[in-house]
Design a protein around this ligand. Sequence first.
Ligand code: KIV
Length: 266
Amino acid sequence: MAVDEKAVSILDLLAMKQMGEKISCLTAYDASFSQLIDQAGVDVMLVGDSLGMVIQGKITTVSVSVDEMVYHTQCVANARKRAFVIADLPFLSYGTAEMAMKNAAKLMQSAGAQMIKLEGAHLNIIKYLVEFGVPVCAHLGLLPQSINQLGTYKVQGKTRQDAEKIAEDAVKVEQAGASLLILECIPADLAAEISKSLSIPVIGIGAGIYCDGQVLVLYDMLGISLGKRPKFSHNFMQTANNIPSAIQQYHQAVKLSKFPTAQHSY
Ligand code: KIV
């Protein structure tokens, strides 16, 4: 399938939501995969701090540093032609507005990210970054950086109280100026309600089919991650002859609303 050569912008992502076109997103950590993902036509590449687990072999994302994020974001941005690049602010790198700004500057100015992502409804930090022209992707639901508080990676928003809190936070991060929202590991009906109520695009991972887009950890969808693959992921190499074809199949499955199915949802 021919891929539109024009680089994807923040406005294109918003237009996709408005037109009902699903947004495809994959994590990326290096130049070679960046090139393959870009050539497959995937809309967004997320340089996630999941690199701590899938690249470095750690059991959590907690130890990932800003310098490591900068290095991997540079690798991805060097090979990127079309896909929109988002980079994670890692654990404890955005505790104050000044820290968040300093580290966002490294990811955007030195490394080439076009947007930064942070976990949780940190409204003042979001407002501060946005005021200075930093586009922000918020991340709600399961927050992997908080694993040592949570104790385990599990579905969030299952009680009415928790679901209401996530839905309220989603509205607040949009009002604070976030341009995008990632919802991780929450019931599909809650993610559907949030996606419908917000004007900004909502990208899900383990959040059901009704989000405006989907993201997976690249190595999970290639079936090469260490340890057990999460229920919400799918190994696209099972039906592909090679890596470019698996990435293409994922992209198409997202665009055609064929992924995720009920078996990947909560
Ligand atoms: O770090 C990451 O890869 C992420 C995704 C799981 C959304 O935050």
